[in-house]
Design a protein around this ligand. Sequence first.
Ligand code: FRU
Length: 326
Amino acid sequence: SAPPPKYRIGFSQCTNGDAWRQAMLAGMKKELSFYPEVSFTIKDARYNSALQEQQIKELLRQGIDLLIVSANEAEPVTPIVEEVYNRGIPVVILDRRTTSKLYTAYVGGNNVEVGRTAGNYAASLLKQRGQVLEVLGAPGSSPAVDRHRGFGQALAAYPGVQLVAQVNSNWERPSVLARLPAVLRAHPEVDLIFAHNDRLALGAYQVCKQLGRQNQVKIVGVDGLPGMRGGIQLVQDGVITATLLYSPGGEEAIRTALKILRRQPYDKENILGTMVIDSTNALTMKLQTEKLGSQQQDIQRQQQLLQQQRDTYASQQTVLYVLAAA
Ligand code: FRU
């Protein structure tokens, strides 16, 4: 029978340096293991939009059949992604969007919804009265823009809850440690901080602790990763009050890519749901993700076993050929 067609997938990643991105990549690799005919190249733009543009050009030069991209900043990365699309190469946007409608499919959360859910949860935690501070993701990246918009939309329904200050970040904790103390000192009445991811939320907690305010200020993050330093654990340890689940979507991205490449029906918008993780469900979430993790390991072990059997079979075939030729 004819061998399955070989596909080359290029993945332009805005950064690969945090646990959330690593979970995304692990999900992709797991899913890719079901498609041995696919070759996969990842390029890490290390939060640099100009570098990301270069790397996408490199992928084009090397030759790809499909591009998966998480745009570091929406505006600067848009033209090159449009160019890829206009050349007839399908584009799957994963998590961070461009500003353009020229893409084949999107996989990721609805970040306006994430922000809105955070806003409604915050208002109910504060019994609809209090002061709120927001720590945003990097300016110009679509999840930061959308989370902020959704958060504001939700809070607009609660006149007793005021957004009194905003702090920008580069998505990483050190930027919060540097910028938050002055802003928090200027606002001694803050009751709650909404941070656009759990790394920022942990930074916010550390600043509150420095200022002796960790018992007054409730913190809500985003991501809800399992694992030692993940958001679920932060909730369980009482470091943050809640986190909004935001799935990395690696498996879904590869599955969508393969549907597109094999010319099977696919959805253009593949929205991964969100939910509040707080003290009422953190343990359940933790147990479930641990169980998923161990099932994952079982699948890997089975795949290894299969591969060993294939290898044994192949070497026995060689022996047969040699014998037959003799
Ligand atoms: C990981 C991350 C997540 C955040 C997402 C937004 O690189 O910063 O923490 O939810 O990117 O794109």
